[in-house]
Design a protein around this ligand. Structure first.
Ligand code: ADP
Ligand code: MG
Length: 213
């Protein structure tokens, strides 16, 4: 079965830091349409702090995800600090102590992370939040694995579903957070959290696919 070494997974964290830094302005512009325009800047700050924390140390995927989660949870403001902090911390837990990450383990990591975000934020599918990228992506990964797809194929399906989920938020009315105050006027533009979530998931899946052996 295809897998990659937990020890090589530091590259996934490095790719995430780069992607969030590069997209800080775009993500804040998306948030600016129906929110307060801080999303990309906050996320970029958090991921940069994580990179500072990890610099000069050796870290596997589990350790990198844990540090990322801790930094986001404790040092980043806005709705997303606690939500993404919890997401990455929970994602790390099943991987701790595993030498290799294969598709079943990654599914467990994603499921655990998603369940924790649902429990913490209380949002549902269709509420125009990051869950509208995350939950369809998880489902696509599970469906692909159950149908006998390889880890690489399932990762590709995950990334595509996250992008579709992000695009679908344009048609939704925000039910959670700041944008929900706008009611119907929140329809017609992307959700910032869904945009960052799709970016995170596609960056993760692309870098994991490069590590597969
Ligand atoms: P803030 O609204 O505090 O400025 P951000 O701009 O960092 O926070 O994040 C806004 C994003 O948070 C929204 O686009 C939405 O995806 C997400 N969000 C808000 N509330 C929730 C929730 N309860 N569950 C999941 N995601 C949420
Ligand atoms: Mg905001």
């Amino acid at each position: 079965m295809e897998s990659f070494a937990n020890a090589s997974g530091g590259a996934v964290i490095d790719a995430l830091v780069r992607a969030l830094r590069e997209n800080a302005v775009v993500l804040s512009e998306i948030d600016g349409a129906i929110g307060d325009g801080d999303h990309g800047i906050n996320m970029s700050k958090g991921f940069s702090l994580c990179a500072e924390r990890l610099a000069g140390t050796e870290y596997d995927l589990a350790a990198g995800l844990t540090t990322l989660g801790n930094v986001l949870l404790t040092e980043i403001g806005g709705a997303m600090g606690p939500l993404y902090g919890t997401f990455f911390r929970e994602m790390a837990k099943p991987a701790k102590g595993s030498e290799r990450i294969d598709a079943p383990l990654f599914q467990t990591m994603l499921e655990r992370a998603s369940q924790a975000v649902v429990a913490l934020g209380g949002a549902k599918l269709g509420d125009k939040t990051l869950l509208d990228a995350l939950l369809p992506a998880l489902e696509a990964f599970k469906t692909a694995c159950a149908a006998g797809s390889s880890f690489a194929e399932a990762l590709a399906a995950l990334g595509e579903a996250a992008e579709r989920g992000k695009e679908a938020t344009r048609g939704m009315v925000a039910k959670m957070g700041r944008a929900s105050r706008l009611g119907e006027r929140s329809r017609g533009v992307l959700d910032a959290g869904a945009a960052s979530c799709a970016l995170i998931l596609t960056t993760m899946t692309a870098s994991m696919t490069r590590l597969l052996a």
